[in-house]
Design a protein around this ligand. Structure first.
Ligand code: HEC
Length: 445
């Protein structure tokens, strides 16, 4: 935070004298060339190069950032250390922004377009990339203060509303959790009683971080089994997380909420608890958090329960400096299924992952291809249309790992041989039986 303030302060100081010189030079150039009309002078903002673009921060650029970046890059959000909400904040990052968007590293969700068709496309549209690059290469002008969408940005940084409307049930830990200023990321588990007297069907789950600057990700599950001594002991060593909870999904900053398809839901038995597991990041300042889980009951009659499988690669040894070490995993589909969502989960050495479905008739379909993976930003991808797989299909997972110094996530310098027991890379597949399978049960509200 402090460094950022300093950075923009230095920048503002530099720009005032530069701006004066720069304006004069620009005017002379414009007069000489006779193209004054084509050039736009920066107003109160500045750049070190002549302005050769009509793309303005306050007009086009802030809208692109608002749509794609500010869920993370804003005060109070997970990348509050790189805020991009105003010209003063964003200008020092202009060169880095160009690099990140041209290399397709931002946004950090990396399902490659054209491989799998998902409900939310997290790739930055090519037109937005072009506008950002034009703004940066053209001298990164500020534009008219009147154009800046102040209200929209204030609303966004104040906290998002529930994307799917008011939840039927909002669950929240009893008290604020204290997060220390320094140290490694930390995972905490909260078991939240629902107080429900009847079984319910869950059609969607959403999440609102209490303190977006420290909540790095969240995971939800249903704790079905009654408390036994064995479970209690396991919880003590597993950060108070019940070992047998059934997944309800995950959340990372910037991810959109999804509803399961009509007729598909997770059963929430009466008396069970919703487990909320949160990964906290340290910011250098002590913080507190009290996040909320929003539960939406299925509105349509439910006849298909969602189920989840984890497919993971077997044990492996990765030699040092291997740049393209391949690991594979495979899973046979025993019953016909409709795949609703997929979530690749990769560890620091992974560089890409491809998941394909092989049907018994020989047809092959790519379910997802994710590359340039930022291993700690892994949303679930919901298919636009569930992928129907007949019995006897096979899911093949191929991941490439980079244990060289080119991998910026490599914890070893110089690279060292790595041994992994299992779960080196894993995908979670959420699916439901096909439409005509199960008898109807009425959803109860
Ligand atoms: C889901 C959260 C998220 C979103 C959305 C996001 N970023 Fe980032 N951004 C990060 C994280 C986290 C980092 C730090 C690097 C890392 O962890 O990989 C980062 C780093 C950066 C950096 C600094 C890179 C460097 O040189 O260190 C820039 C610039 C950046 N992002 C720009 C953008 C832009 C532009 C967008 C929108 C198109 C965007 N980000 C969207 C999370 C996000």
């Amino acid at each position: 935070m402090k460094i950022e303030a300093l950075r923009s302060f230095v920048f503002m100081r530099n720009q005032s004298s530069l701006l004066r010189r720069h304006r004069a030079a620009l005017l002379i150039a414009a007069l000489i060339c006779g193209i004054a009309g084509a050039l736009v002078l920066p107003r109160g903002g500045g750049a070190h190069e002549p302005i050769t673009t009509t793309v303005m921060f306050n007009k086009e650029v802030i809208r692109i950032l608002e749509r794609n970046c500010l869920d993370c890059h804003a005060p109070g959000k997970i990348k509050a250390d790189i805020p991009l909400t105003t010209y003063e904040e964003a200008r020092p990052w202009a060169k880095a922004i160009k690099e990140e968007v041209l290399e397709k590293r931002m946004m950090p969700f990396q399902a490659v377009k054209g491989f799998g068709s998902f409900q939310h496309d997290y790739t930055l549209p090519q037109r937005d990339v072009e506008l950002l690059v034009s703004w940066i290469e053209g001298g990164a002008p500020r534009g008219d203060v009147k154009d800046y969408p102040k209200d929209a940005i204030e609303k966004l940084t104040a906290g998002k509303e529930w994307e799917l409307g008011q939840p039927d049930l909002i669950l929240q830990p009893k008290e604020e959790t204290k997060i220390a200023a320094e140290g490694e990321d930390e995972t905490r588990c909260f078991a939240l009683p629902t107080g429900l007297k009847d079984d319910r069907w869950i059609g969607a789950v959403d999440f609102q971080p209490g303190n977006g600057a420290v909540v790095h990700g969240a995971w939800f599950a249903i704790e079905r089994a009654p408390q036994s001594r064995v479970i209690k002991a396991a919880k003590r060593i597993n950060n108070n997380c019940p070992p047998n909870a059934e997944s309800l999904g995950r959340w990372v900053p910037g991810q959109s909420a999804n509803r399961l398809p009509n007729g598909v839901a997770s059963r929430l038995p009466a008396g069970s608890r919703v487990v909320l597991k949160i990964r906290y990041r340290k910011t250098g300042e002590e913080a507190t958090d009290r996040s909320r889980v929003g539960i939406y009951f299925a509105k349509e009659p439910v006849n298909r329960a969602i189920s989840h499988v984890a497919i993971s690669a077997p044990a492996a040894v990765i030699p040092p400096n291997a740049e393209n070490h391949r690991v594979k995993a495979s899973h046979a589909i025993a019953e016909p299924a409709e795949v609703v969502a997929i979530r690749p989960l990769l560890f620091p050495f992974a560089k890409s992952i491809e998941v394909t479905a092989h049907r018994p008739d020989g047809a092959i379909e790519v379910l997802i291809w994710a590359r340039d993976y930022r291993f700690d930003w892994q949303p679930a991808y919901f298919f636009k249309k569930p992928v129907a797989l007949p019995k006897g299909s096979r899911i093949e997972v191929t991941a490439y790992l980079d244990n060289s110094e080119n991998n910026r996530n490599n914890p070893n310098d110089p690279p060292a041989q790595m041994r992994f027991a299992d779960a080196l890379c894993e995908i979670a597949l959420s699916s439901a039986p096909p439409t005509k399978a199960a008898p109807r049960t009425q959803a109860r509200r």
